[in-house]
Ligand binder design. Structure first.
Ligand code: ADP
Ligand code: MG
Length: 720
């Protein structure tokens, strides 16, 4: 496909050489026109392009290069050096087809001459060239000069036939755009097509208002689009990319902010009265003083709860930063207003732990219901009856809260812990259940898996974000070590010394994606092995996902009470468990865990005042795994780790921006374009602050671009 030429020829001149286009605003149909409207696009070519996802001229214009090749330096034939890649131009003198020594591969050879000398250009497996390359043709060839069979030849990477004294070549000279391409649609074809779309590009309207463009020092949309496809230099291409990335991210941010506003305007909530004795008494009665960040979070939440729009807040705080008291505070705020406050946790263990904490810290001022799958039928029926009666209540549970017969007649506040573990549908379902008389609950999402700022702005771009930075004072950082297989015995000896001091330890078995039962079996076997071997002198217990909730709860309770020294667990131990006397976390098969997960596991220790340790056993030395583990050794800051994780894995594996309902990012890469994202967020806030509906005439093009990007997702855009 690389040798393909389009059925029609067109000049190789760059867009700057063309006469200036009239300053007409673009007829939108020019972008919507099918690619077959471009010169030379036959129905067969159009079908191939369609198979590649390019249907309209607009699709082509927004199919941006992946990178650029700098072929600006042209050489004279006499200047060619062995093994050096270069572009030369000359006239074809003689063409012949041949086969390689072993007669396998067809070779086309052409003698090319310029003013300084001649060289034999060779192509492999492109026999059709004997029909295309004619004597006297002006040829530009990009390739490498190297000895083939003892004789220096010019092995061609790409070539093009030029008109005599024609301007710069398209594929072999200048800065050459390299497009995402396929078998059917070559970069070469795309380069040719893009040149035919230049008249359309020259008339593109700028979605950004002129004032903003000037203030931000941005090239126009038209300039940027042309320069992205046909740059005269690499710097120009980079500037063009920056501008287009910013525009793309700005549209996304406008979409997310608009979505948020739409939610707020459509849905009402009960404004809660100012904090009463219950919530203020709770804070005053805590065995510790709140950190400044916790305090600030409560204040933000108080402001939210006083409004007639539902709170939609994401509370993110590193492991151990103290989110639970914030959650309980929210529930109490609902209860003292005579409403229900519900907390949904991702696992049984965690729900029960929250229930214990609530009972301990909130006393029995408000009735507490616990709703998990562990309840017997009668208990459940009774609990549901009390829920249905309404009135002030704290409700803590798992997704059992979402099953068919659960009703919340007066849900004031909903807290979703470790919200990333629930699907969006599950969360929406709970919010919907909580809606009553057209009133939605206030919702606080909590996560201890820090979301990189970057993603918070995209995936959660329609939530308000509160961050609890740092952990309460007096904590000691956890010492993290990678333990070689050879040092395993020393590792166990170290753990034993901690146990001898009365401390406790976790041993986490490798995560096994395919099967929870294999994971459970591994944990059981490991517990038996340790109880009979290294930890024979200690009390060893095991928890895993296949146990009945009541059994699991009993083991956890024993560990919490200090009746178990070593808890062998599957990865389910990951979230939320809070046993301050545990000072060692041993992770087997550490390379199988994600960075965020490992950070969570490490967060299970270092919760008391004693020094704590995280020992990572890893049998693999894959570069990816090593990079993750060494990131973990470098820092204990969950946010920094999350950013590192994003870099290592790329945003694709975390969450696509597409899932954010944010349209399609063609150019922006979240890991790379973070600064642009933050800038875009600021610009979007300013634009909507000044003109909430983007109704001003100067925002017409911006509205049009948003309508194109989001379609019917944003109702208000379609109103005007
Ligand atoms: P996470 O944010 O990971 O859910 P928790 O809410 O479980 O963290 O808090 C971790 C531990 O820190 C708990 O034992 C909690 O009682 C304690 N804690 C919370 N806030 C403070 C504070 N301001 N000062 C001291 N300890 C605190
Ligand atoms: Mg927690």
């Amino acid at each position: 496909m690389t040798g393909e030429t389009l059925p029609l020829r067109f000049g190789g001149g760059r867009y700057e050489d063309r006469p200036p286009a009239p300053r007409l605003s673009l007829d939108p149909s020019a972008l919507a026109a099918p690619l077959s409207s471009l010169e030379g696009v036959t129905p067969a070519v159009a079908r191939r392009l369609e198979g590649f996802g390019l249907v309209t001229v607009g699709d082509l214009v927004r199919h941006y290069p992946r990178r650029y090749d700098d072929f600006r330096q042209r050489k004279q034939i006499r200047e060619l050096r062995i093994d050096e890649e270069a572009t030369v131009r000359g006239v074809v003198e003689r063409v012949r087809a041949d086969r390689t020594a072993r007669r396998k591969v067809r070779v086309v050879k052409a003698l090319v001459r310029d003013a300084t000398g001649a060289v034999e250009a060779v192509w492999f497996n492109q026999g059709y060239l004997t029909r295309v390359l004619t004597e006297g043709a002006h040829l530009s060839v990009r390739g490498t000069y190297r000895p083939v069979g003892g004789r220096p030849q010019f092995v061609v990477r790409s070539h093009e036939i030029l008109e005599e004294d024609e301007g710069e070549g398209v594929h072999t000279e200048g800065v050459v755009a390299v497009y995402p391409a396929s078998e059917q649609v070559s970069a070469r074809l795309l380069r040719s097509l893009v040149r035919r779309a230049v008249p359309v590009m020259r008339r593109l309207r700028d979605p950004l208002p002129a004032a903003l463009r000037v203030a931000e020092g941005l090239p126009s949309h038209r300039e940027a689009t042309l320069a992205a496809h046909l740059p005269s230099g690499l710097e120009e291409a980079e500037l063009a990319r920056e501008r287009l990335v910013l525009e793309e991210l700005l549209l996304m941010q406008l979409g997310l902010l608009a979505h948020k506003r739409e939610q707020q305007e459509r849905v009402r909530a009960r404004p809660l009265p100012a904090p009463g004795v219950l919530s203020t008494g709770f804070v005053a009665g805590l065995p510790f003083a709140l950190t400044a960040h916790q305090q600030a979070a409560l204040e933000e939440i108080d402001r939210d709860l006083g409004r007639a729009q539902p709170m939609r807040r994401l509370l993110q705080g590193d492991v151990g930063s103290g989110k639970t008291v914030v959650a309980l505070y929210c529930l109490l705020r609902a209860a003292e207003a005579g409403l229900q406050g519900a907390l949904m946790a991702p696992t049984e263990t965690l729900a029960l732990q929250h229930a214990h904490t609530a009972a301990r810290l909130c006393g029995d001022a408000v009735p507490l219901e616990v709703l998990t799958a562990a309840l017997g039928a009668r208990e459940r029926r009774e609990a549901l009856g009390r829920l249905a009666a309404g009135g002030p209540q704290l409700v803590i549970g798992t997704h059992a809260l979402l099953t068919g017969d659960v009703v919340f007649p007066a849900l004031g506040v909903l807290v979703v812990d470790e919200q990333h573990r629930f699907g969006v549908r599950q969360r929406d379902e709970l919010v919907r259940r909580g809606e009553h008389d057209g009133l939605a609950p206030h919702v606080l999402h909590m996560t201890a898996t820090p979301i990189p700022r970057t993603l918070a702005l995209t995936v959660y771009g329609d939530l308000d974000v509160t961050t609890i930075a740092g952990v309460p004072a007096g904590r000691q950082p956890v010492t993290t070590r990678l333990v070689d297989e050879a040092k395993r015995a020393e590792g166990y000896a170290f753990v034993a010394r901690q146990l001898d001091k009365g401390r406790q330890a976790y041993v986490v078995c490798p995560a096994i994606d395919e099967s929870e039962s294999i994971e459970a079996a591994t944990a059981i076997a490991e517990a038996e092995r340790l109880a009979a071997g290294e930890f024979a002198r200690y009390r060893v217990a095991v928890v895993h996902g296949q146990m009945k909730p009541a059994e699991r709860e009993a083991v956890m309770a024993a560990f919490t009470a200090g009746e178990v020294d070593v808890l062998v667990a599957t990865s389910l131990i990951e979230v939320g468990i809070d046993v301050p006397n545990a000072t060692v976390m041993m992770v087997e098969g550490a390379e199988r865990f994600g960075l965020a997960q490992l950070h969570q596991l490490r967060g299970r220790v270092g919760r008391g005042s004693a020094r704590s340790y995280c020992l990572l056993f890893s049998s693999s030395d894959t570069p990816g795994g090593q990079a993750r583990l060494s990131a973990l050794l470098d820092t204990t800051d969950g946010f920094e780790l999350a950013e590192r994780d994003l870099e290592l894995r790329g945003e694709g594996q975390l969450m696509g921006a597409r899932q954010a309902g944010a349209g399609d990012l063609r150019l922006a890469r979240l890991a790379r374009d973070r600064e642009a994202l933050v800038r875009a967020r600021g610009l979007a806030e300013r634009l909507l602050g000044a003109d909430p509906d983007l109704a001003a005439p100067r925002h017409g093009p911006l509205r049009a671009a948003m309508r194109e990007a989001f379609g019917t997702e944003l109702g208000w855009l379609l109103k005007a």
